[in-house]
Write a protein that binds this ligand. Structure first.
Ligand code: IMP
Ligand code: MG
Length: 186
C-alpha cells in the first residue's frame, strides 16, 4: 500500500480506496462521459455541496469537451443517520431547460438525496439528466436509485476523505478511509 500521509485524525481506521485508485477511476469516468456526450450542445455538471467538490473538480479535468459547472446545496443528514427529509439550502443558477445535466454527488447512502434532487430537476425540463457519484453503499439503499456513472461500490462503512466528511472533518484526505469512533476524536 502507498505510504499514508499523516493527517491529524485519530478516528481514521484504514484506507479503503487509495489516491492512485481514485485517480484511475475518475479518469475512466471522464473518458466515458466525454464519449457519451459527443453530440451534446450544452453539458452541465451539477454538483451537490459540499461533499462533491473534490470529485467534481478532478472529474471535470478528465472531460475533453466544453462543460459548465454549477452547484446546489442540500442537507439530508443528521449526524450519521439518513432521513427521508431533504432540504434545499441553495439552488443552482443555470436555467437547465434544454441542457444535458449530470447530477454529481459524493456518495449514495439511503438514496433519498439523489431521488429528491432528481425529481426536482426533472420538473425544470433538462434535455437529459444522469447521475454520477463517486461512491455507493448498495446495502443501505432505502429507495431505488439508478447511478449512471459510478466510481466505486463500498460495503456499509462510514467513510471520509476526498470531499467526504465526518462532522466536517476529513474532507481534505486524498484517499477514502473508513472511520472508527472508538479511536476517539482527533
Ligand atoms: P442519502 O440521502 O442517505 O443517500 O445520503 C447521501 C448524503 O449523506 C451524502 O451526500 C453524504 O453527504 C452523506 N453520507 C452518506 N454516507 C456517508 C459517509 O459514509 N461518509 C460521509 N458522508 C456520508
Ligand atoms: Mg452530501
Amino acid at each position: 500500500m502507498e505510504t499514508q500521509r499523516h493527517f491529524p485524525y485519530s478516528f481514521i481506521d484504514r484506507v479503503i480506496i487509495s489516491e492512485a485508485d481514485i485517480k484511475t477511476r475518475v479518469k475512466a469516468l471522464g473518458d466515458t462521459i466525454t464519449q457519451d456526450y459527443q453530440n451534446s450542445e450544452r453539458l452541465l455538471l451539477l454538483g451537490l455541496l459540499r461533499g462533491s467538490v473534490v470529485f467534481i473538480t478532478d472529474l471535470m479535468r478528465e472531460i475533453r469537451r466544453d462543460i459548465t459547472m454549477d452547484f446546489m446545496s442540500v442537507s439530508s443528514y443528521n449526524k450519521s443517520e439518513s432521513s427521508g427529509f431533504v432540504r434545499i439550502d441553495s439552488d443552482h443558477k443555470t436555467n437547465i431547460r434544454g441542457w444535458d445535466v449530470i447530477l454529481i454527488d459524493d456518495i449514495v447512502d439511503s438514496g433519498y438525496t439523489i431521488r429528491t434532487v432528481r425529481k426536482l430537476l426533472l420538473d425544470r425540463e433538462p434535455r437529459s439528466l444522469k447521475v454520477c457519484t463517486l461512491l455507493d453503499k448498495p446495502e443501505r439503499h432505502k429507495v431505488d436509485i439508478d447511478i449512471d456513472y459510478l466510481g466505486f461500490s463500498i460495503p456499509d462503512y462510514f467513510v471520509v476523505g476526498y470531499g467526504l466528511d465526518y462532522e466536517e472533518k476529513g474532507r481534505n484526505l486524498p484517499y477514502i478511509a473508513s472511520i472508527n469512533l472508538k479511536k476517539g476524536e482527533g
